[in-house]
Design a protein around this ligand. Sequence first.
Ligand SMILES: [Zn+2]
Length: 197
Amino acid sequence: MGQFSAYEYRKLPGFDMNAFEGANQAIPMKTLVIHCFDPRAADIPLAVAAYLGDEVYPGENILDESGNRVGHTRTLFVETNAGGRAAFALESVAAMDYIFSVQNVVVVHHSFCGTTTLTPELLIKKFHDHHRADIATMFDRGSLAIMDFEDSIKHDIALLRSSPAVPKRIKLYGFFYEISTGKLTEVVRDIPAWMST
Ligand SMILES: [Zn+2]
């Protein structure tokens, strides 16, 4: 047993991994928003929650009689990374579907993103110049820089739709967010035809 094993669900008395049916009754998560970790883009989850409607964000903790955090009212979760790229969030989509049964995945790219200062080739070359390390084959080239916002948003939605890590019933939305005005513009929506009727 490790020092912190008592904090693992799978080691709790009575917890049966094979009978686990998800944690949606404790946290009603349904939407995952992928966006850039730029602090100027931090209001994106609020904007997306308002746009989609019927979402709770930020929500609050649900406590038991002893004050333990046993749930939360939030429905919209956030994954951040450089640029807000789908490629780097795939593992989270798969894991969140296992635990919570995700309904919507949203990708938001924002104005004046740092990833518009470079090209994939320049990032790879300069990284090699500075650190003598080759990262050329490590990442999806199309996810290393935003060369055009409409292209990057459509690229990421297509990447999600074609990935085995994203269940086919999930609804996908791609937005552009302007950081100064907070304006959110829908660029692409991909809802499986059998779900939109
Ligand atoms: Zn950014």
